[in-house]
Design a protein around this ligand. Structure first.
Ligand code: MLT
Length: 348
C-alpha cells in the first residue's frame, strides 16, 4: 500500500488525496471523524513522527484514542491486546509524565512493561546507542518506546531493531504522541480541529512539541499562529504556512486555543531571554493577555509547567485550562498508538 499526501510549496493543503495502490484515490476532508466505523489498519510499523502520517492515519488514531478514554474511565481497565508482549520504555532523558503514561498504557493493554532509564543503563559506561539497540533487540521486545536528547536518534534505533519503535521525544525534533494527545483534547472540547485558530506560544525554537503540533494541526485544517520573542522563533517558520507574531496581545486576538510551551532552558546554548521576569512580563500567559483571545478560548500546556515563567497559576488552574485533561488524554492516545502498532507484530 502506498500513500501520497500532496503539499503545496508554501505549506500543506487543507485537503489531500490519498492514493492507495491498486485502488481509486480516496479524498480526505479535514473535519472527518471515523468513529462510527471500526478503525482502519494503521499502515506504519513504527511511530517516529507526525511527519509521514496522513490525515487519515491521524484521525484513525484519534478515533481509537476516544475508545481508550472510555476504557480508562471504567473500573475494569485491563485489555488483552498486548497480552504476552514485552514493551521496553527506554528513556535517555528524565521524564515523569510521558514515561508513566506509556507504562500505564502498556499495562492497560496487558503488556509486560520494563522501564529502562539512562542512569541505570550501560550508556553511562560508554555503550553507544547502536550497542544498546542491539542488546535490547536480543531480549526480543515487541515494542520499544524511546526518548533521546538528540534529534534523529530514535530513527537510527528503529533501523537497528526488529520490533516496533515509538518516538517519545527526540531532541527538538518531534514528540508525536504529545501532538496526538493535544489534538484529541482539542477535538473532544471543540468538536473539531478544522478551521480553529490555534496559537502556539513561547520557546518554539527548542520545542519538539511545537513542531509535531504544527504539522498535525495544519494537516487537519487548523490555522496556526506562533508567538514568541524573535530569539525563540526559528527562521523560515512562515514556510510551514503559519502566521508569526512577536507580540502576545496581537497574536492572541481572536484565537480558539492557546497552547503554551515551556521555556526549555536545558536545550539553550547561550542567553535567549534577558530575564525570567522580563519573559513573563511580555510572553507569560496571564489573565490580561488571555482576555485578547476568544471568550471561549481554551488553554493548554504539555507540562512540566514553569509557573510564573510561561504561565500564571491563575490561568493554569483557571476555568479555561485543559492542562489536567491533557494528561488523561495522554494515556488514551498512547494506548491507541500501541494498539495500532500491535497489528503489525508477528502472530497479531
Ligand atoms: C517534552 O518532552 O518535550 C515535554 O513534554 C514538553 C517539555 O519538556 O517542555
Amino acid at each position: 500500500m502506498t500513500r501520497r499526501l500532496s503539499n503545496t510549496a508554501d505549506g500543506p493543503k487543507r485537503s489531500c488525496t490519498l492514493v492507495l495502490a491498486g485502488g481509486a484515490p480516496r479524498s480526505y476532508s479535514p473535519g472527518l471523524r471515523m468513529s462510527t466505523q471500526s478503525p482502519p489498519g494503521f499502515p506504519h510499523r513504527h511511530l517516529l513522527g507526525i511527519e509521514g502520517l496522513s490525515p487519515l492515519d491521524i484521525v484513525a488514531l484519534l478515533d481509537r484514542a476516544d475508545e481508550a478514554v472510555e476504557i480508562s474511565r471504567q473500573v475494569e481497565k485491563k485489555r488483552t491486546t498486548l497480552r504476552g508482549r514485552t514493551q521496553i520504555n527506554l528513556f535517555f532523558e528524565p521524564s515523569t509524565r510521558t514515561q508513566s503514561s506509556f507504562e500505564l498504557a502498556g499495562k492497560r493493554l496487558g503488556a509486560d512493561v520494563m522501564n529502562m532509564s539512562v542512569a541505570s543503563s550501560s550508556v553511562k559506561k560508554g555503550e553507544t546507542l547502536i550497542d544498546t539497540a542491539a542488546t535490547l533487540n536480543a531480549m526480543r521486545p515487541d515494542i520499544i518506546v524511546v526518548r533521546h536528547h538528540q534529534a534523529g536518534a530514535v530513527h537510527l534505533l528503529a533501523r537497528k531493531v526488529d520490533c516496533a519503535v515509538v518516538n517519545a521525544g527526540d531532541g527538538a525534533h518531534e514528540h508525536p504522541t504529545q501532538a496526538l494527545l493535544d489534538a484529541l483534547t482539542i477535538r473532544r472540547n471543540k468538536g473539531r480541529i478544522e478551521g480553529l485558530q490555534v496559537a502556539i506560544c513561547g520557546d518554539v525554537l527548542h520545542s519538539r512539541v511545537a513542531r509535531s503540533n504544527i504539522i498535525l494541526l495544519m494537516a487537519l485544517g487548523a490555522r496556526v499562529r506562533v508567538i514568541g520573542p524573535s530569539t525563540l522563533l526559528p527562521p523560515g517558520l512562515q514556510r510551514f504556512g503559519v502566521e508569526v507574531f512577536t507580540d502576545m496581545r496581537k497574536g492572541l486576538a481572536g484565537v480558539d486555543i492557546v497552547m503554551m510551551l515551556r521555556l526549555q532552558r536545558e536545550r539553550m546554548n547561550g542567553s535567549f531571554v534577558p530575564s525570567v521576569k522580563e519573559y513573563f512580563r511580555y510572553f507569560g500567559l496571564d489573565g490580561d493577555k488571555l482576555s485578547h483571545a476568544r471568550a471561549d478560548a481554551l488553554v493548554m500546556h504539555p507540562g512540566p509547567m514553569n509557573r510564573g515563567v510561561e504561565i500564571s497559576s491563575e490561568v493554569a488552574d483557571g476555568a479555561q485550562s485543559l492542562i489536567r485533561e491533557q494528561v488523561e488524554m495522554g494515556v488514551a492516545v498512547r494506548m491507541a498508538v500501541l494498539e495500532a502498532l500491535a497489528t503489525h507484530l508477528p502472530n497479531a
